[in-house]
Design a protein around this ligand. Structure first.
Ligand code: ASP
Length: 311
């Protein structure tokens, strides 16, 4: 049996010990632990990596702490427009949705795109029509409402400022959730889901649903899920870049992740991080921001949960 491994993230940014109360610290850690262990349990039961990453991301989407699914931020128009993607490293099949509203678990919809459509990416009304045709129930606006998100948005709604999640500075907030896993057959998969940026407009779409930018998986190299300033991650084609360094330059997983996140992205001005693993069960969780909500579990090892630089 192959080494089992799963890693997840809940966004990166200016997350310091001082910026979280001890109750918030505990709540985030408990949510991360629960999600990573849910995914790991599926792997132990012999389920495939796609099932594990989908389940872990669903767990984070259902938790209002994270900017994805239920906890998605408000757009300029006061809506919740969500992006998600999922990719299978064995077949290189992928599914993605962008700018969807009313969907409880956008990652499930991206899986449906992978499995039940001839396309890779669907957006907006079309993606919602596809959801209806495939039996997805829609949640009312109230499901996505949280006073915390509303307050974040109220502070900037009358301006042109847009912001990512998880930071003190209004123009630099990152938030997104993601998972990567390798199953008992040695197949890898990745999934990412986000509400994007607070006060975003013009149907802005970030890196999350773009295969190769925010999400990528290939059995021969690695599975990657990113979080950070999407505009930079798209232009740097981050997830595929990590894979390419392994494929064409023979880098180890850690070397490839460090080269992209700690060197190339830093020089480029792209703040954020990613989670990655390979078919051998090696895991890397690099980030160049102050913190990144993250967790991993490998074989019978203890679950690792970290938020800040030092863990
Ligand atoms: N990358 C996401 C986006 O730009 C945001 C994030 O990771 O926080 O939409």
């Amino acid at each position: 049996m192959n080494n089992l491994a799963i890693a997840i993230h809940g966004g990166a940014g200016t997350i310091t010990k001082a910026s979280l109360t001890s109750d918030q610290d505990k709540a985030y850690k408990a949510a991360l632990k629960e999600a990573v262990e849910l995914g790991y349990k599926l792997l132990q039961e012999g389920k495939c990596a796609l099932d594990a990453v989908e389940q872990a991301v669903v767990s984070l989407e259902d938790n209002p702490l994270f900017n994805a699914g239920r906890g998605s931020v408000f757009s300029k128009e006061g809506r919740h427009e969500m992006d998600a993607a999922i990719m299978c490293g064995q077949t290189l099949e992928a599914g993605a949705v962008a700018g969807v509203q009313g969907i409880r678990n956008p990652v499930r919809l991206s899986r449906a795109v992978l499995q039940h459509s001839d396309h890779v990416m669907l957006s907006g009304y079309g993606a919602e029509e596809f959801a209806r045709n495939n039996g997805f129930a829609f949640a009312p606006e109230s499901y996505f409402f949280s006073s915390h998100r509303y307050k974040q948005w109220s502070e900037v709604r009358d301006s042109d400022v847009f912001m990512l999640d998880h930071t003190e500075q209004v123009d630099e907030k990152y938030g997104t959730v993601g998972a990567v896993a390798v199953d008992s057959k040695g197949n890898v998969a990745s999934a990412t889901s986000t509400g994007g940026m607070t006060n975003k407009r013009y149907n802005r779409i970030g890196d999350t649903p773009i295969i190769g930018s925010g999400t990528y998986a290939n059995n021969n190299t690695c599975a990657v899920s990113c979080t950070g300033h999407g505009e930079f991650f798209m232009r740097a084609v981050v997830a595929y870049d990590v894979s390419c360094l392994i494929e064409y330059k023979g880098y180890s997983l850690q070397q490839a992740c460090d080269a992209v996140v700690m060197d190339k992205l830093v020089k480029f001005g792209g703040e954020g991080g990613l989670i990655a693993l390979n078919a051998a069960g090696e895991v890397a969780l690099p980030f160049n921001s102050e913190g990144m909500y993250r967790a991993s579990k490998r074989n019978q090892e203890e679950t690792f949960v970290g938020i800040y630089r030092e863990g």
